[in-house]
Design a protein around this ligand. Structure first.
Ligand SMILES: [Zn+2]
Length: 201
């Protein structure tokens, strides 16, 4: 069964994907043609693959002018916290990325104060949780020192616990973004996140 047929039968939303690399004219043309096909939502593809963030933002802005206001926008592969808050400011609703688990498996945690690489010797006697503001299972039960020990002992549990925390961080980040938009304080919140996460791998 074709995807469109399957989605209609199951009442699943069907998304069209907008391409056009970093050419404004191609993005505009592709957006219009895909919008004309009347999808439930629109994916913005072909970005977040190493191009400068100013160019990403320019393309996202361009296509968002054409996608109808009431339709869901999904920026494919966008996963750094600072990129997510920026894209939300440009009107994007949905994201997907491997970062929370891929980086979690190698000991990198996203926290309310920025990133932490838990395998470092800085944490050898640190009894604080990964993130003092986090209420996830990992942060409620395990210290940074213990997580560091698990990594250095080669225990697979280490990567699972940090991944768990990272996913919780991302779910919470999106919930905070929604709340700040409703309160009218999105800009201040976004600036704080961007300041804490002024990095790329
Ligand atoms: Zn946590």
């Amino acid at each position: 069964m074709g995807t469109a047929k399957y989605c209609r039968k199951k009442k699943l939303p069907l998304f069209g994907i907008i391409q056009g690399a970093t050419f404004k004219n191609l993005r505009a043309e592709c957006s219009q043609r895909i919008v004309d096909l009347k999808f439930d939502g629109y994916g913005i593809g072909g970005l977040m693959i190493g191009e400068p963030s100013s160019l990403t933002n320019e393309m996202v802005y361009e296509v968002n002018q054409i996608i109808p206001n009431k339709k869901v926008r999904y920026l494919m592969g966008c996963g750094y916290p600072e990129d997510i808050v920026e894209a939300v400011g440009l009107g994007v609703d949905l994201f997907d990325c491997v970062l929370p688990t891929r980086n979690g498996r190698t000991g990198m945690a996203f926290t309310s104060e920025g990133k932490i690489v838990i395998k470092g010797s800085t944490f050898v006697i640190d009894n604080a949780p990964l993130d003092k503001k986090c209420r996830c299972y990992t942060c409620r039960h395990f210290s940074r020192a213990y997580l560091r020990h698990l990594f250095n002992a080669g225990e697979p549990l280490a990567g699972r616990l940090v991944s768990y925390h990272n996913i919780h961080f991302y779910i919470n980040l999106m919930a905070q973004l929604r709340a700040h938009i409703q309160k009218g304080t999105y800009k201040t919140f976004a600036e704080r996140i961007k300041k804490n996460y002024n990095f790329r791998d």
